[in-house]
Design a protein. Structure first.
Length: 213
């Protein structure tokens, strides 16, 4: 019975988040109503409030769902990274941005960023910051792994390189969500171009850093 209840609870969570994601996209964050989310998810309004206090909690839960999926995919890259430094970094970082619009629209990302900036000490703000740290840590872990494999110079501070790569990616992603016209392809190209010089400096002499375009 315990296993069945856990599966039913997980299913309710999934339905609620999928409904919220769809309605946030369709009606906008401000326009989406909890009542409509409950109806689409086929749960009571009370059930939603058992799990989430407000729409902000729903939004950060969707962000967390998105980030956790890319973190899981990123672990596979770290376990078996390409020998080419730039391709390894590209596979990890580009997977972050290519997955970014699966559950969230640009408008939803802007709303999430605004709430986390305006309310950094709120549960939403702390959760959002924690997700950012997890992505930063994973990028740094990849750089450390490449260094242990001999693909990055021993004298390089792997943590600093990983932080620079993710911080730049994060900044470019913020510019991407602010612009309705900027495409994922343009974002990918910009990040690859900006990473190239850093990775050329960090790569060991035996490793070619070039990314195949």
């Amino acid at each position: 019975m315990t296993g069945l209840r856990a599966r039913q609870k997980a299913d309710r969570h999934q339905r609620i988040l999928q409904a919220a994601s769809e309605l946030f996209r369709k009606s906008g964050y401000e326009g989406a109503k909890i009542e409509a989310i409950a109806a689409m998810a086929e749960v009571s309004i009370g059930t939603i409030y058992n799990y989430y206090q407000n729409k902000g909690d729903l939004l950060v839960a969707i962000v967390a769902m998105e980030v956790n999926e890319v973190l899981n995919a990123g672990r596979k890259v770290i376990d078996n990274p390409p020998a080419n430094v730039a391709k390894a970094v590209d596979r990890l970082v580009i997977s972050y941005i290519e997955h970014s619009l699966v559950y969230l629209s640009k408008e939803m990302w802007r709303q999430a960023m605004a709430i986390s900036t305006q309310q950094p000490e709120s549960p939403f703000g702390k959760t959002y910051s924690g997700l950012d740290r997890a992505l930063t840590d994973q990028t740094c872990i990849l750089i450390g792994r490449l260094q242990k494999l001999g693909h990055i110079r021993e004298d390089i501070d792997a943590r600093s390189v990983g932080e620079m790569i993710f911080n730049n990616t994060n900044m470019m992603f913020a510019l991407f969500v602010k612009s309705e016209d900027m495409t994922i392809a343009e974002l990918r190209a910009a990040i690859r171009r900006q990473n190239r010089l850093l990775l050329e400096a960090a790569a060991s002499n035996a490793t070619s850093p070039n990314i195949g375009q």
